[in-house]
Design a binder for this molecule. Sequence first.
Ligand code: KIV
Ligand code: NA
Length: 264
Amino acid sequence: MKVTINDFFKKKQEGHKITMLTAYDYPFAQIVDEAGIDAILVGDSLAMVVQGLDNTLPVTMEEMIYHTRMVSRAAKRAMVVADMPYLSYQVSIEEAIRNAGRFIKEAGAQAVKIEGGREVADKVEAMTKAEIPVIAHIGLTPQAVHRMGGYKVQGRTEDAAKRLLEDAKMLQDAGAFSIILEAIPAGLALQITEDLTIPTIGIGAGAYCNGQVLVIHDVLGLFERFVPKFVKRYANLKGDALDAIRQYKEEVEKGLFPGKEQSF
Ligand code: KIV
Ligand code: NA
């Protein structure tokens, strides 16, 4: 049975944690789904970990649709959440609904995610009214990298913290069914989590959120250009892949592969 937004609310009410990880293609989504993770985020972080770009801004709708389709085919149980790319929802309510709807209608997602606070509350409301479940995302919002002047922890001053708390409430009132809190102090994340009825999902937001999300390439040790403080590496797949590929190379060069078993 697919995880639904009702399971999100139930987990918060019953004090169970919601688990979320990114995936961008069929094999990784299959692994995440089989592991029992509640939701797969097809993040625009694919810009950095799949496309080799420096930030998420260039990612297009067509690219996100392509990746979301691959993930949807693999997700038997996990909810698939499509991340809306930069400029696909900021321009107008009409564009926001049309683009969000494509993820549901053409790519098999069950929900979308958008970045921003009060300035996108009208979009959240309109998408929700169009029957598209929306996850909000505040704090460090990577699409705002130029405004923020880099990837920095947000909500550190009293004013900034108060504003984020207000934003979170406005997004909840607008109809968001969950909210991602990225790179904010743990105490502020706790306050937001306690003040909201919808579940909070943290990334670099401490242990008190209702759930957690990370980028799968960070978790598996497949991305090493930089590792944020909030990442924990649970595997070293880059190292494992290197060992395997070096062994293959050596065996081919020495005439050890293919052997009799691989020959007709
Ligand atoms: O794109 C992404 O992977 C994200 C998560 C890190 C929240 O937005
Ligand atoms: Na993102």
